[in-house]
Design a protein around this ligand. Structure first.
Ligand code: KG4
Ligand code: ZN
Length: 333
């Protein structure tokens, strides 16, 4: 079953053709709008929407050409409808609905976080729920129990900033370009991760996360030590972020006794965090799977795959409404 996927929830314009049954990415294109937003130090929704409109048609044509396929070879179209930037989401969904009308193919709405939640399966021949999912992106930091495709039980979430948001804000303090995750990881590679003992928060719910205190600790440290080596600050911050994520995940593994830990979302691309999670899983007798690196950050292959998995499991279609917020747990039947 070949699906054409479209992702426009934030600042990546992405298209892909995926066979969900065989877990094959037939073709995919990702256009990152980083350059458009760089002068503003963050994503500007109106600019994102305009860039999506400009890129969607050429990317779609390139994807079909790359696959060597025509619309007649495909079984459906799917686009992210939530959560994300409303104007950006509207561009992808409306474009997909237009294509559906023109081609006669069915249109299936997709949930962005379900894409991240199932993306590790796309990089593995055999991985399947039940698993414990750590979803770590620019907008979300959540521990989710996935007993089966389509069922998502929220165990813990960030009470303030998401992990990716924290990487981006600390990156800004270190004068790194937005989004700062990859640049911060590169800078940290040259620093000492134990140079500065940043605090690890203790929360009432032991499966929740907090990242705003860490961001403030870095800001205060830089104010007091303006000449501190930036690489040491980056490495110590990254070390602490990995500790917060892995210690909280360890508690969830212990509580749920799930045999598999899975990580997805942009921050799961970080090698220090992947290594910390792998060690945590091992210590609890669980296996660890992270999404393949190119599928951690936003892409359309995970969107086509998630919709394909829903269809393969006979799950009902999702509503087409574009919404800025839509908790993944609300998909649970
Ligand atoms: O999943 P994603 O592409 O978009 C959202 O759905 O939010 O995640 C983007 C986030 C950004 O905050 C970015 O800085 C972070 O993921 N990120 C990283 C790395 N690569 C991307 N954070 C830490 N280390 C990385 N290598
Ligand atoms: Zn995302």
């Amino acid at each position: 079953m070949l699906l054409f996927g479209i992702e426009t929830s934030c600042d990546e314009t992405a298209t892909a053709i995926v066979d969900a049954a065989t877990r094959t990415i037939v073709a995919q294109q990702v256009y990152s709008q980083v350059k458009e937003h760089a002068p503003y130090g963050g994503v500007i929704p109106e600019l994102a929407a305009r860039a999506h409109v400009e890129r969607l048609l050429p990317l779609t044509q390139q994807t079909l050409t790359q696959a060597g396929l025509t619309w007649k070879d495909l079984h459906g179209l799917t686009a992210t409808v939530a959560p994300g930037l409303t104007t950006a989401l509207l561009m992808g969904r409306t474009f997909a609905q237009g294509l559906a009308l023109a081609t006669g193919l069915p249109f299936y709405p997709a949930h962005h976080l379900e894409g991240h939640a199932l993306s590790p399966m796309l990089g593995s021949a055999t991985l399947a729920p039940p698993y414990l999912l750590l979803l770590v992106s620019g907008g979300h930091t959540q521990l989710i129990h996935v007993p089966q495709v389509g069922t998502y039980h929220l165990l813990g979430t960030s009470v303030d900033d998401a992990a990716g948001e924290c990487f981006d804000k600390v990156g800004k303090l270190l004068a790194l370009p937005h989004p700062a995750g990859p640049a911060l990881e590169a800078l940290a590679a040259t620093g000492n991760p134990t140079a500065i003992p940043f605090p690890v928060p203790r929360l009432q719910n032991p499966l929740n996360f907090s990242f705003s205190g860490l961001k403030t600790a870095v800001r205060d440290y830089l104010a007091k030590h303006p000449t501190a080596p930036r690489a040491d600050v980056a490495a110590s911050f990254q070390h602490t972020a990995a500790k917060i994520l892995s210690e909280t995940t360890a508690r969830a593994l212990k509580e749920t006794a799930l045999p598999t830990l899975v990580a997805g979302g942009g921050v799961a691309a970080n090698s220090t965090i992947r290594a910390a999670l792998e060690a945590t899983a091992k210590a609890h007798g669980a296996t660890f799977h992270a999404a393949p690196l190119p599928l951690c950050t936003d892409n359309a292959a995970m969107i086509a795959f998630a919709t394909g998995q829903r269809l393969l499991h006979g799950l009902p279609p999702l509503p087409p409404d574009v919404r800025p917020r839509w908790p993944l747990s609300e998909l649970t039947p």
